[in-house]
Design a binder for this molecule. Sequence first.
Ligand SMILES: Nc1c(NC[C@H](O)[C@H](O)[C@H](O)COP(=O)(O)O)[nH]c(=O)[nH]c1=O
Ligand SMILES: [Mg+2]
Length: 380
Amino acid sequence: MVMVESIATTSLLGHRPLCGRFSARDVSCKQKSLSNFLSPFKEFIGKTIVVPPSPRLRVERLVNSSIKALAMELTKEVYAYEGKAPRNWNYLLDTSVERKPCLWSPENRADNPSLHNPLLRQERMGCGWLGALFEWEGVIIEDNPQLEKQAWLALAEEEGKSPPPAFILRRIEGMKNEQAISEVLCWSRDPAQLRRMAARREEVYQALQGGIYRLRDGSQEFLNALTRYKIPMALVSTRPRKVLETAIRAIGMEGFFSVIVAAEDVYRGKPDPEMFVYAAQLLKFIPERCIVFGNSNQTVEAAHDAWMKCVTIASKHPVYELGAADLVVNHLDELSIVDLKNLADIESAEFGSREPEPELEIEEEESRPSTSIAIDDIFW
Ligand SMILES: Nc1c(NC[C@H](O)[C@H](O)[C@H](O)COP(=O)(O)O)[nH]c(=O)[nH]c1=O
Ligand SMILES: [Mg+2]
């Protein structure tokens, strides 16, 4: 009984179903109806029992009877909802009450009754079922936006292409090199050429970067806290795996990440959700229980498209540019574990329905002036 109560309490604190049809208020009503049920029952005992049983026996009877009564009540609801009560159970069904699907047995995505282990189930509904997906640059370590630009400009020169303007560089932020070259810069569509240019661009960047890594203030402390609470962590970055592994060793952060998703593991980087969805799969978590930590709006878009919450770190972008994030901080150690649990529990309107988005209407072609680009968009 104690275990059942504690699971129920944890599930209330630690999870709210995403279907949006069951709220905390519904649960408290259910709890009230049990205590309402107990009071007439006590009176009944007082009037009819001639030889009072021992106090222990009385308590046991009360508990057993209330469990039976609750079971009967719940059975009524199930049968009423499923519409398949046995014929001689008709007297149990109050047909005047409109039954709402989902009122009974709300889906708790954090729970897994097939585990047959109350402690494991309880842990899953607490912190034990919260996954943290971290970008690398600008989140765990300091990044250097100038080097990104310089690497693209150097590659453009080597390839005999015109230097990409600032608004194009902003669009490719967070993408994989191949994706940026084929889909935005439009330098080639040939897979072999894409691979060659992408590898060269990474080589130039690494040469400029020089293998010097600097931890962002507060990252280590935050990762230590998550480790203490046994929250699994994934590193998700558009850098190649080898670069990430070298960098992790260089700053002594081995052992923190149970999963690493690197550039070569996916077809597309941000704003595509692929990297985060894959990381959640590797952590064996459903996306709704994962929180992404990034530093750009492309990350926010990717996380939300993956049905994940997103905390952004105002490293290269100021706070006011990161308004779409669920939470914006300057450094990771501003966050507490409770912040993360609360964030995981917020039911975002955009996550309310998994129905496909309606197709956008195609606008009629109008004679419009060609898109104008502000001068400061072109020059940096
Ligand atoms: N293209 C510009 C970028 N790109 C940023 C990188 O895509 C990304 O940050 C890097 O690959 C590391 O990955 P992650 O953050 O660990 O996922 N950044 C700029 O500042 N400016 C650009 O023009
Ligand atoms: Mg980043």
